[in-house]
Design a protein around this ligand. Sequence first.
Ligand code: AMP
Ligand code: MG
Length: 414
Amino acid sequence: MNFPLSLSFAEARARVLAAVRPLPAVRAPLAECAGRALREPLVAPHALPPFRNTAMDGFAVRSADVAAASDAKPVALRVIEVLPAGRAPAHALGRGEAARIMTGAMLPEGADAVVPFEEAERAGGGADERCVVRRASAAGEHVRAAGADVASGETVFEAGRQLTPHDLALAAALGFAELGVGPRIRIALFSTGDELLDVDQPLHPGAIRDSNLPMLALLLRASGGVLTFAERLRDDAGRVAARVRDALEQSDVVLTIGGVSAGDFDPVKAALGELGGVEAWRVAMRPGRPQAFGTPGGKVFFGLPGNPASVACVFETLVRPALRVLQGYTQLDRPRVPVRVGARIESRAGRTDFVRCVLAWRERGLVATPAGAQVSGHLSPQSRAHALLVVPEACERLEPGAAAEALVLRPPEG
Ligand code: AMP
Ligand code: MG
């Protein structure tokens, strides 16, 4: 028989993270890179802006020419060229010369400042166009220097960054049509339980609807997964072992839900012997104590407990971080923020508790209050919660006002 291995939460997490390695990177077009892990440093092949250009519509001038300009002594400059954005200047500016120039256009040689249209007057026209300037312009005024945004050769992003649409704008400006990013992870998901129904099946005595399968399917997709299997299985250890074996061949990660504790009909627990390389665990965490984990054939297997709160908690604290290692992210967890505790929270020394909490902004920062009774079979506290408040292993209780840390699942309203 499989005697479960008793582990602290920290030990379980260390074992999971030590067992997973990043999967090979893939090259993906920019449009498919948002949210994914960049797998190589991004080094600028050229400067941004690539050339000196104007930040305003106006006249490119030599600041020395207008240094003495005033209302009493306006300076008239000869306009030798018109420069829309996209056209390179054909002439350098000589003394007493200006170019009419539009935002983003390259500054001519010799020009070192731009006088906005609002601050100059146009005189004459055609070949005889002039601009009249009535105040001095400092060198560099309204000029965007080449390389002021990004220097050529600069490391713009380190590997492991989660790419945002704004990052991809920068990559596009630098000419990267595709990037090396973490792969989509092929994940198989099985729920187990003779009591479970499809969402559209009517209830009958003893039966409940399967709520974990749709929840995890969505969480896994949102975490970079592509589902190879999403099935419910009956409490039949032979069938569970066979389906998991098939799934391991076609997936990077296989997850089961339920059937992993000490009940008479727990099929995942019973199938572990047949799976090989998977251990039953008893992790000193709440919720989520009974689990199974292993890397059979180099793939990753998680046997999650069945209670909805346990599934959500183990997903956030162990599964999602492992998926993020597989994809190559540096940042593994949701944001961890300091909070103050809003109501007394009981725990037990030697156990790490993850308390489903509502967050609220108060004068001194965020306050976390339990989002209802912490019953692992209840769904509504999880749905109300903004965060999982961490009660550390050594801590027996947290009093109101105590400082703690919370993993933010979603921002609080307001
Ligand atoms: P188990 O570990 O299989 O005994 O499951 C523990 C509890 O979670 C039982 O009350 C199950 O009915 C419930 N449960 C297991 N799987 C699911 C599921 N997919 N959706 C909703 N509840 C579940
Ligand atoms: Mg079950």
